[in-house]
Design a protein around this ligand. Structure first.
Ligand SMILES: Nc1nc2c(ncn2[C@@H]2O[C@H](COP(=O)(O)OP(=O)(O)OP(=O)(O)O)[C@@H](O)[C@H]2O)c(=O)[nH]1
Ligand SMILES: [Mg+2]
Length: 349
């Protein structure tokens, strides 16, 4: 299985600028000709480029330091030094770039083709040809190249999905993803089948009234995840950016005995990770309705009634109720879209 890496630290160093040359023309019978020192080349920069071709930060796991080439020094006869090459590092969309030492957010790479200059190459120094004046015809100095820049970065990938699937292990999250998208996540009758987030695209027209959007299937959560139980809660960073949470509760005989209690456990883990996650719009749905335990279904219905929810019941195996839950997500996505536009408006973008 491919490795999923969502956090790395790495050092990136640009290239130093080449020094300008302080050289003079050599001519017969002229002891010292005019200045002819060329400019140094610019050092290469390190650029981060957002691309949908990458879905993890694996490339950088074993590459702790990335260095661009320096610019060459200028030479006589006004020859310019060659510039160093820029290094372009392809990174997945949804990557946040932090200064690893200060914790400052430097960039948020969210769109294809977005470029962030992580370390600017040093500018090449000017050769002495630039420094000749009427009163100083033989400048015997040139500008040194500007130094390289080295930055210690922390990259954090937070997948870009509109909807995040939450629930206990075995709740049927991956089966749902496989049902509504063309993704093929691993499905198993044992907990913690899913070890890292999987994305799938709900295509336009697959289900009535749907727009196209990305769903993230996340590893199951259990009580104490914030203390590292089960797979822990670190992958919850991937719901930070989702607009809507879809919370699944297994109401088959294998599911939790008390659906409401299981809902609370998950919400509590969200709160302990980041209370802001609780503010996201959510939908709750009972899964595996094809082999439901009537008592668990009743308990789920009572919970929904008490909390003013529509009781969504679905089976990813038979397809029952799947369209209904997707339709229920629709208005939430719409609202989010509008408020996101509102925010952009406020910032004058
Ligand atoms: N009867 C029935 N079984 C289901 C349904 N959906 C999933 N299952 C079964 O439930 C088990 C767990 O399904 P998964 O989709 O892997 O569950 P998950 O929530 O992704 O689990 P983790 O990745 O471990 O968190 C598998 O054996 C599935 O075949 C359903 O609608 N009906
Ligand atoms: Mg799974």
């Amino acid at each position: 299985m491919s490795q999923f890496v969502d956090e790395v630290t790495l050092r990136v160093a640009s290239g130093k600028g080449g020094d300008g040359s302080a050289s003079f023309r050599r001519e017969k019978f002229v002891p010292r000709g005019g200045p002819d020192g060329g400019d140094g080349g610019n050092g290469g920069s390190i650029l981060l480029l957002g691309t949908p071709d990458r879905s993890t930060l694996l490339d950088f796991k074993h590459r702790p330091r990335v260095v661009a080439t320096p610019g060459e020094n200028g030479r006589g006869k006004k020859q310019h030094g060659k510039s160093g090459e820029n290094l372009v590092l392809k990174i997945p969309l949804g990557t946040q770039v932090y200064d690893a030492d200060t914790g400052l957010l430097l960039a948020d790479i969210i769109s294809e083709g977005q470029v962030f200059v992580a370390a600017q190459g040093g500018r090449g120094g000017r050769g002495n040809v630039h420094f000749a004046t009427a009163t100083r015809q033989s400048p015997d100095f040139a500008e040194p190249g500007k130094p390289a820049e080295e930055v210690h970065l922390r990259l954090e990938l937070k997948v870009m999905a509109k909807v995040g699937l939450l629930g206990f292990p075995n709740a049927g999250k991956s089966t749902f993803l496989g049902r509504v998208t063309r993704a093929h996540p691993r499905i198993g009758s044992y907990p913690f089948t899913t070890l890292h987030p999987h994305l799938g695209v709900v295509s336009r027209g697959t289900f009535p009234n749907n727009r196209e959007y990305v769903i993230a299937d996340l590893p199951g959560l259990i009580e104490g995840a914030h203390e590292g139980k089960g797979l822990g809660d670190r992958f919850l960073r991937h719901v930070e950016r989702t607009q809507v949470l879809l919370h699944f509760i297994d109401v088959s005989y294998e599911g939790p005995a008390d659906p409401e209690e299981s809902y609370r456990v998950i919400r509590n883990e969200l709160a302990l990770y980041d209370p802001r996650l609780l503010e996201k719009p959510e939908q709750v749905a009972a899964t595996k309705i094809d082999s439901a335990d009537p008592e668990r279904v009743d308990a789920f219905r009572r919970f929904c009634e008490r909390t003013g929810r529509t009781p969504y019941l679905l089976s990813s195996q038979t397809g029952e109720g799947v369209t209904e839950i997707l339709n229920a997500l629709d208005p939430l996505l719409e609202e989010e879209l509008l408020s996101a536009q509102g925010e952009l408006g406020q910032h004058g973008l």
